[in-house]
Write a protein that binds this ligand. Structure first.
Ligand SMILES: NC(=O)c1ccc[n+]([C@@H]2O[C@H](COP(=O)([O-])OP(=O)(O)OC[C@H]3O[C@@H](n4cnc5c(N)ncnc54)[C@H](O)[C@@H]3O)[C@@H](O)[C@H]2O)c1
Ligand SMILES: [Fe+2]
Length: 400
C-alpha cells in the first residue's frame, strides 16, 4: 500500500478510536456465572419485570436437549416463552426475519440468545429488527446504524467462542454468501450467562475451531493500534488462558474447570476485540468462510499464522508479549515472536486444522479481494496495511 493510502487509513482509524472512546461507555454485560447458572436465568428475567422471552437457538442444541434446564426453570417461575430454533451456522437474513415473526406473533418482551455465535448474532439482530421494523438488516450494515430501544438481550453462549455475548458485533449472511457485519453498542447484550455445564458436550471438532476463534480475537486485538489498557490486559489474559486450557478441553471435554476457563477466556477476548477491533484475519475469514461454507473459527485459525508472518517485524514486540503469556521462551523479541507463530501452527496441526484451504479457487480471487478490502480498509487498525495486490498474493499463498 502506498504512503498516501496508509496515511488515510491511519487517520480514519484514529478518528474512529477517539470517537468511540468519547461516545461509547463500553459497559460490559452483567455476568451470571458458574456451573448451572442458566437455571437462575428464569428468576432473574422475572425480577427484571419480563414475562415473555423469545428464545433463539439452533436445531442441534434442541436435539441435544441442552435447553431443558432453561425451559423447566421458566415454567417453574410461572411464565411462558416463545421459541425460534431454526438458526443455521452463519445465520441468514431469513433466520432473523423468522425469529422476528415469532417475537411479534407472541408479543414477546425480551430475548434469550442461546447457543454459539450463530444463535447469539441472530438473536441480537432479531431484537434490533423488533425495535426498528422499518430498517432492514442490510440497512443496519456497518457502524452505528442500528438505533436504540432494543428489547433486553440475555446471552447464553454454548461455545467458547465468539465472545458475541459481550460484543457490539453481529455477522449475518446476506445475498450471494456475503457477510453483513453490523457494529453497534445497541446490540451488546446487557446480561451474559457463562455456564460451563452447557459446553461439556461440545465435540472436539467444534471445541477446536471455536477456541481458536477466541485466540484470534485476542491476538488481533492485541497487535492492533486501537488498544486501551483494559483491552490489552484482557487480550493477554485470554491468550494465557487459551494456551493453558484449550489443549485440555480438546482432550478431555468433560473437564468443567477447563471449560469454565475457556468460557471466560472467550469472554475476555470478546471484550478486547469489540473495542480494539479485529484485523485482516477476520476480513479474510469472513470472505473465504462465507464463500465456501467453512466454519468461522477454522478459517480464522488457518489464516492467523500466515497473516502474522506477513506483518513481520511490525508486531514482533506484541507477539513477544503474547509468547510470554503462552509460556514460550526465547532469547529476544524476534525469536519469541517467531516461536509464538510456530506454536499456533503446532496447535492447529494438533487439532486437525488445515494449514491451507483446499476450497480456494483462483477464479474467485477478485471477488474475495473486493469483499476483504471492503470490510477491512480503512476501518481495521492492523499493524501493516494491505492493498489489493497484497490481498491477492495472500489468497494465492493460502490456497492448498
Ligand atoms: N458477534 C460476534 O462478535 C462474532 C464474533 C466471532 C464470530 N461470530 C459469528 O459466529 C458464528 C460462529 O459461531 P460459533 O463458532 O460459536 O458456532 P455456531 O453457533 O455456528 O455453532 C456451530 C455448531 O455447534 C453446535 N453447538 C453449539 N454449542 C454446542 C454445545 N454446547 N454442544 C454441542 N454442540 C454445540 C451448534 O448446534 C452448531 O451446529 C459465525 O457466524 C461467525 O461469523 C460472531
Ligand atoms: Fe471471530
Amino acid at each position: 500500500m502506498n504512503r498516501l493510502q496508509t496515511a488515510y487509513c491511519r487517520a480514519y482509524q484514529k478518528v474512529m478510536k477517539a470517537g468511540s472512546d468519547l461516545i461509547f461507555t463500553w459497559k460490559e454485560p452483567e455476568i451470571i456465572g458458574g456451573a448451572g447458572a442458566v437455571k437462575n436465568l428464569a428468576k432473574i428475567i422475572k425480577e427484571k419485570g419480563f414475562s415473555k422471552p423469545l428464545i433463539v437457538t439452533d436445531p442441534g442444541l434442541m436435539k441435544l436437549n441442552l435447553l431443558a434446564g432453561l425451559f423447566e426453570s421458566i415454567e417453574a417461575e410461572g411464565y411462558s416463552y416463545a421459541l425460534y430454533d431454526q438458526v443455521v451456522p452463519n445465520p441468514t437474513i431469513e433466520n432473523i426475519e423468522a425469529a422476528l415473526k415469532v417475537y411479534n406473533d407472541n408479543a414477546c418482551d425480551c430475548v434469550i440468545a442461546f447457543g454459539g455465535g450463530s444463535s447469539m448474532d441472530c438473536a441480537k439482530i432479531a431484537a434490533a429488527r423488533a425495535a426498528h421494523p422499518d430498517k432492514s438488516v442490510e440497512k443496519m450494515r456497518g457502524m452505528l446504524k442500528v438505533g436504540k430501544g432494543l428489547p433486553t438481550i440475555f446471552a447464553v453462549p454454548t461455545t467458547a467462542g465468539t465472545g458475541s455475548e459481550t460484543t457490539i458485533a453481529a455477522v449475518i449472511t446476506g445475498a450471494n454468501h456475503t457477510k453483513v457485519t453490523i457494529l453497534d453498542p445497541a446490540i451488546r447484550p446487557p446480561y451474559a450467562v457463562l455456564d460451563p455445564e452447557l459446553t461439556l458436550g461440545l465435540p472436539p471438532f467444534i471445541t477446536a475451531p471455536t477456541g481458536l476463534d477466541a485466540l484470534t480475537h485476542a491476538v488481533e486485538a492485541y497487535i492492533g493500534k486501537s488498544n486501551t489498557k483494559n483491552t490489552e490486559a484482557k487480550a493477554r489474559q485470554a491468550v494465557n488462558m487459551i494456551y493453558k486450557y484449550l489443549p485440555v478441553v480438546y482432550e478431555d471435554g468433560k473437564n468443567i474447570e477447563a471449560r469454565e476457563q475457556m468460557l471466560l477466556a472467550s469472554y475476555y477476548a470478546g471484550v478486547a476485540f469489540t473495542q480494539a477491533y479485529v484485523g485482516y484475519v477476520h476480513a479474510f475469514a469472513h470472505a473465504i468462510g462465507g464463500m465456501y461454507g467453512i466454519a468461522h473459527g477454522s478459517a480464522c485459525a488457518t489464516i492467523l499464522p500466515e497473516m502474522l508472518k506477513y506483518y513481520g517485524y511490525t508486531c514482533s514486540k506484541q507477539l513477544a508479549d503474547l509468547a510470554d503469556e503462552a509460556g514460550i521462551q526465547g532469547k529476544d523479541e524476534t525469536c519469541k515472536a517467531k516461536k509464538f507463530i510456530k506454536s499456533i501452527q503446532d496447535l492447529n496441526a494438533s487439532m486437525g486444522i488445515p494449514a491451507r484451504f483446499e476450497q480456494l479457487e483462483e477464479k474467485d480471487f477478485n471477488e474475495l479481494a473486493d469483499r476483504i478490502l471492503a470490510e477491512a480498509n480503512p476501518l481495521y487498525p492492523v499493524p501493516k496495511e494491505m492493498d489489493r495486490n497484497d490481498v491477492l498474493r495472500m489468497l494465492k499463498h493460502l490456497k492448498a
